[in-house]
Design a protein around this ligand. Structure first.
Ligand code: 13P
Length: 246
């Protein structure tokens, strides 16, 4: 089965014109582009093969939530995926696991596919892999609480393991495909234990580049990669696409 390559542009690029140019490079089957909210509509109209993800959504259906965007609004624009629980939102915007749990239910409820990000910060990883595994299990335990007795399609749940210290803009440490795969196994076992499901997609994210993408994509534990900085550099992203046989 071909693997998923997700481009998380974060709060980039500066203009819609640049965004359209970038989207044309990345418009391939099996690619999901996550542009900033302001560009979602124009990018959705630009691409023919790639799917679109939002980088966040509210945990509420509608109402007095100035500045928020509901999952149903995103779905009505043709958005298929939503990234939830990204470490930047957890750490810089103080999103809690309880907030994320609510958002996951709200997104799945309208049929969006959720890309749930989990991963340990450097302070935890320094204590060793057992501490890191426990940290990620604790995140998952709360994040997935709401869907325990909730009916949804398993193919609508994607989990991305993104060790915070390996993200290029928050440490850029080097994670190896072997260590990441050990964590992936831990995640899969835990989700199976909690929800009795095992056929969900699991991705790796954190400084994925043209150089190392093949190593992660080749591992059977991973169904794809979540790419940040390299998704803003057409040359680099093309290499990642080639590593994924696109
Ligand atoms: P980088 O690829 O820049 O490390 O970012 C990873 C990430 O946060 C994707 O969601």
């Amino acid at each position: 089965m071909s693997k998923l390559i997700i481009a998380n542009w974060k709060m980039n690029p500066k203009t819609a014109r640049e965004a359209v140019r970038l989207a044309k490079v990345e418009d391939k089957t099996g690619v999901v582009i996550a542009p900033p909210l302001a560009f979602i509509d124009v990018i959705r109209k630009t691409v023919r093969h790639a799917k679109i993800a939002a980088q966040n959504a509210a945990g509420e259906e509608k109402g007095p939530w100035t500045g928020e965007v509901s999952p149903a609004m995103l779905a009505s624009l043709g958005v298929r995926y939503v990234i939830l629980g990204h470490s930047e939102r957890r750490m810089k915007l103080h999103e809690t696991d309880a907030d994320i749990a609510k958002k996951i239910v709200a997104a799945l409820d309208v049929g969006l596919k959720v890309i749930l990000c989990v991963g340990e910060p450097l302070s935890v990883r320094k204590k060793g892999t057992i501490a890191a595994k426990r940290f990620v299990k604790d995140q998952l335990s709360v994040d997935l609480k709401g869907i325990k007795n909730f009916k949804f399609q398993i193919s609508n749940l994607v989990i991305a393991y993104e060790p915070v210290w390996a993200i290029s803009t928050s440490g850029g440490g080097k994670e190896t495909p072997e260590d990441a795969a050990a964590m992936a196994k831990n995640i899969r076992e835990f989700v199976h234990f909690k929800l009795r499901i095992s056929h969900f997609k699991l991705l790796y994210g954190g400084s994925v580049s043209g150089m190392n993408a093949r190593g992660f994509l080749a591992r059977k534990e991973f169904d794809g990669v979540l790419v940040g900085s390299a998704s803003l550099k057409p040359k680099e992203f093309r290499k990642i696409l080639r590593a994924g046989n696109r």
